[in-house]
Design a protein around this ligand. Structure first.
Ligand code: IPE
Ligand code: IPE
Ligand code: MG
Length: 246
């Protein structure tokens, strides 16, 4: 089923989202921040369904940044528990909906139970292809670029590559989302207008969409609004308006 408002050819192929605002949503209700994270999980489920139906082929969600370890210990543990629980509860449904799930980021820092659950969910859905869902967890854009630099440097040291052979494509192929086209649309809920160390290399020509709406309030109507705004943007990639019109 196609989304109603947006034309098929203007549906972004790859959407990435910074799901921000859970804590403030809870605070407004005089509840602990973790209450907001629980509600956030529900919206995450709904957004995956929405974007898959809209015809989006790749969806990359920022779930936990490499800087989020600096939060209070009990919030971090609750988030780990929530990741395990929601993967347990939703992996079969993703599989049924023909959605592949993959994690990007340094998973080795996670509790073993979470690492095992991630591996299980990835294996279960490995051959699914309606939509490719990437969850960025313990992810940082600088970490990603640093890893790519190290991989390339070690290939040069081994004599597999010359410095001259290093080009944009080679760097892109050493990053976490190597097999994925760059995001067409970036969405950040929660009102902050920054990238917070999300996909840095890959956002070079991405259309940015910021909304004040907090993640737990990000309804299907708001999701559709982001797609509609995107469909009205003109992407020029450095060219002039006149060049684009001919
Ligand atoms: C985003 O919501 C979720 C995570 C970072 C895990 P926040 O928890 O950052 O919510 P605010 O920004 O404090 O409202
Ligand atoms: C970005 O949100 C990370 C995630 C949504 C997972 P933050 O709430 O951590 O970002 P800052 O601290 O406001 O930049
Ligand atoms: Mg935040």
């Amino acid at each position: 089923m196609k989304s109603t408002v947006t034309e098929e050819d203007t549906v972004p192929q790859h959407v990435c989202i910074i799901m921000d605002g859970n804590g403030r949503w809870a605070k407004k209700r005089l509840m602990p921040r973790t209450f907001g994270h629980r509600k956030g999980v529900e919206i995450t489920r709904r957004s995956i369904e929405f974007f898959a139906r809209a015809g989006v082929k790749y969806l990359t969600l920022f779930a936990f940044s490499s800087e989020n370890w600096n939060r209070p210990q009990d919030e971090v543990s609750t988030l780990m528990e929530l990741f395990i629980q929601s993967l347990k509860e939703n992996s079969a449904e993703l599989n049924d909906k023909n959605i592949r799930i993959r994690f990007i980021g340094d998973r080795e820092a996670f509790p073993q139970a979470l690492q095992d659950q991630i591996a299980e969910s990835e294996a279960l859905t490995a051959d699914k292809h309606l939509m490719k869902l990437n969850i960025a967890a313990n992810y940082g854009g600088q970490w990603d670029i640093l890893n790519a630099v190290k991989t390339i440097a070690s290939r040069v040291t081994k004599g597999e590559l010359t410095v001259k052979q290093i080009d944009q494509q080679l760097v892109a192929s050493a990053l976490s989302l190597a097999d994925t086209p760059d995001p067409d649309l970036f969405i950040r809920t929660g009102g902050e207008q920054r990238v917070s160390n999300f996909l840095l290399w890959q956002l070079a020509y991405t259309e940015l969409y910021f909304t004040e709406v907090l993640w737990p309030d990000f309804s299907e109507q708001e999701m559709q609004k982001a797609l509609t705004v995107y469909s009205r943007r003109q992407r020029r990639y450095g060219k002039t308006l006149e060049q684009m019109e001919t």
